[in-house]
Design a binder for this molecule. Structure first.
Ligand code: HEM
Length: 245
């Protein structure tokens, strides 16, 4: 199916003059070596598309719970809205966001981090002990598998004060958070390579959402894990275009 799509996109770019910057596939098709040969093979394009698709559920969990927190936290929502209205004011109708615009969305990314702290899409992961480790009075022998869990540090009140409180400004000073404490994206050599992609898609989505709509929740705040967190009743919301408010 993805291969058929790639062939369709190739025809669009080569014969119908579609922009090579239209989407991920056309961008990858447009990458050329010095001798003008395609730089990315068809199989590599398939792998890229599948990677983005497969990992989409973590980003969608983040956005889902951000939408929910923003609906429940009017003061946080007001600051986010102001941040995005200021950016929107500098844009002509239909003009795209730029990298510079993304750097202005500092508070929104703190809201995202606080969402990830409280409802991490990935609950934890495995590591293998490379040598005997003594920790907290226990010996973990070399070769054992260890399961690290995100909430162990995210909900530890010696690291994040009042951990049950939704307080995005706690991320204002990154220096106050010890290394390997905020581990929503993991840590070390296997840290999530999709971090930057997730950051961009989240900021862009929230920008268009808050500048164009208001919303009200039509469900309670419960959720379960499967293993990604999912609101128990889904996320039904009443969405209203802002100009009509
Ligand atoms: C909010 C969104 C996301 C969260 C919270 C998240 C979280 C994580 C976590 C916790 C890990 C394990 C890291 C570790 O073991 O130290 C991981 C690994 C990974 N993530 Fe993400 N991720 C997100 C989005 C994405 C996206 C959008 C992509 C790709 C487009 C992606 C690709 C990957 C890959 C390939 C790995 C495996 C890395 C390896 O084993 O070396 N992630 N992610």
């Amino acid at each position: 199916m993805v291969k058929d799509l790639i062939r369709e996109k190739r025809v669009e770019v080569e014969q119908k003059g579609a922009s090579p910057h239209q989407d991920l596939i056309t961008c990858l098709l447009g990458m050329r070596k010095e001798d003008n040969e395609e730089a990315v093979t068809e199989n590599e394009i398939v792998h890229n598309v599948m990677l983005v698709k497969k990992r989409h559920n973590t980003s969608s969990a983040l956005m889902t719970f951000m939408i929910r927190f923003l609906a429940n936290e009017p003061t946080v929502y007001a600051v986010v809205l102001q941040e995005h209205e200021e950016i929107a004011k500098t844009k002509l109708s239909g003009e795209y966001l730029t990298w510079e615009d993304l750097t202005k969305m500092k508070y929104t990314w703190r809201v995202a981090m606080e969402t990830l702290r409280m409802v991490p899409p990935v609950f934890g992961g495995f590591r293998k002990a490379q040598k005997d480790i003594e920790y907290g009075g226990y010996l973990i022998p070399k070769g054992w598998q260890i399961f690290w869990t995100t909430p162990m540090t995210h909900m530890d009140n010696s690291i994040f004060q009042e951990p049950s409180k939704f307080y995005p400004s706690r991320f204002e000073s990154q220096a106050s958070i010890p290394p390997y404490s905020f581990v929503a994206f993991g840590g070390g050599p296997r840290i999530c390579p999709g971090y930057e992609f997730a950051r961009i898609e989240t900021l862009v989505t929230i920008h268009y959402l808050v500048t164009q709509f208001t919303w009200k929740l039509c469900s309670d705040n419960t959720f379960s894990r499967d293993p990604i967190p999912i609101p128990t009743q889904g996320l039904p919301i009443k969405l209203v275009p802002r100009k009509l408010c």
